[in-house]
Design a protein around this ligand. Structure first.
Ligand SMILES: [Zn+2]
Length: 315
């Protein structure tokens, strides 16, 4: 018995020494349910959606019933004009083929397209301070313009066209959100919590559980799209099934799958898709891994998050 326990302890030590990414993390949890393993994510799970969402009735799951998104105050840089409907008529090859051709234009010697797109943005890995994407208009939602990183935008447009051809309408509930707007939203809710009597620390934690800290949301980088319905039940719709089965062909992945909050730090979000390029999207789709696991990333530098916390509670 003792030898068995010692053997188990040895395995634990080996696993702890070698474990870094979430794959091994998961393996530890399966083999050693009694051992408390530190998770790679230290912040509480949040939804990165800043808009307050009303719950729609169950009867019409595909109809959009979310609250109007927050209006961006910072005018984004527009590089190109929105797609002309005529394009859809003139071009004879499929959106899928055109996405593949477009990806080939940026392919490196290793066969990877859009290699810029494989970067991690989460609570431990914020965007570099001061960075902001060049943006391209990809559509509207409730009469508001929707923008994406100019390099990802053409793939999003082709994906929407392919979906339309299959009778699926993809709506752009949320795309790019400026860090400035996210900061205003965060501080507004923080001040509201303070006014209700919470301590600065408690108010910050409460706010951070609802709104991603500015710079730690993929929406700040313009590489993520929230489609159609901000509700878990979106995964019961035809639209979700289409995205699940096709998005990787256009370089997008389901970023926050079910039961991965301990890895991503974000709740299950069937509506949130992230551009990583076609090569990596296919690999991630096949493997079923999260981006954190795929990149083999454990806890990164969260000094930006810590600084934002100090700056906020010491206002
Ligand atoms: Zn999102």
């Amino acid at each position: 018995m003792i030898r068995k326990m010692m053997g188990t302890a040895l395995i634990v030590m080996i696993l702890l020494n070698t474990a870094c990414n979430g794959v091994e993390q998961r393996a530890e949890e399966v083999r050693l349910p009694m051992i408390e393993i530190p998770t790679i994510v230290t912040t509480p799970p949040v939804t990165e959606v800043t808009a307050i969402v009303t719950m729609p009735p169950v009867t019409e799951p595909t109809v959009i019933r979310t609250a109007p998104p927050v209006i961006e105050t910072t005018p984004p840089v527009i590089e190109t004009s929105p797609p002309s409907p005529a394009n859809n008529v003139v071009v004879s090859d499929s959106p899928l083929q055109r996405a593949s051709n477009l990806a080939a234009e940026s392919m490196n010697s290793a066969g990877v397209d859009n290699s810029w797109a494989l970067w991690l943005i989460n609570a431990n890995n914020p965007m570099p301070p001061g960075s902001s994407p060049n943006l391209t208009l990809i559509g509207t939602y409730n009469s508001q313009n929707r923008y994406l990183d100019s390099r990802a935008a053409p793939f999003a447009l082709l994906m929407m066209e392919a979906a339309r051809n299959d009778g699926i309408t993809l709506t752009l509930v949320s795309t790019f959100r400026s860090i400035e707007r996210q900061t205003i939203n965060f501080l507004s809710r923080y001040e509201n919590a303070i006014s209700r009597g919470l301590s600065p620390d408690a108010a910050f934690d409460y706010t951070a559980s609802m709104i991603a800290i500015p710079g730690t949301s993929e929406h700040n980088a313009g590489v993520a799209i929230d489609f159609n319905w901000i509700d878990e039940r979106f995964d019961q719709t035809e639209t979700f099934r289409w995205l699940r089965d096709n998005a990787h062909n256009f370089g997008f992945i389901l970023r926050y799958p079910r039961n991965t909050t301990h890895i991503t730090g974000i709740i299950y979000e069937p509506w949130h898709f992230r551009f990583v390029g076609l090569y990596h999207a296919a690999k991630i789709h096949e493997s079923g891994l999260t981006l954190e696991e795929y990149m083999g990333v454990c806890a990164g530098d969260n000094s930006v998050v810590a600084a934002f916390r100090n700056q906020t509670i010491n206002r």
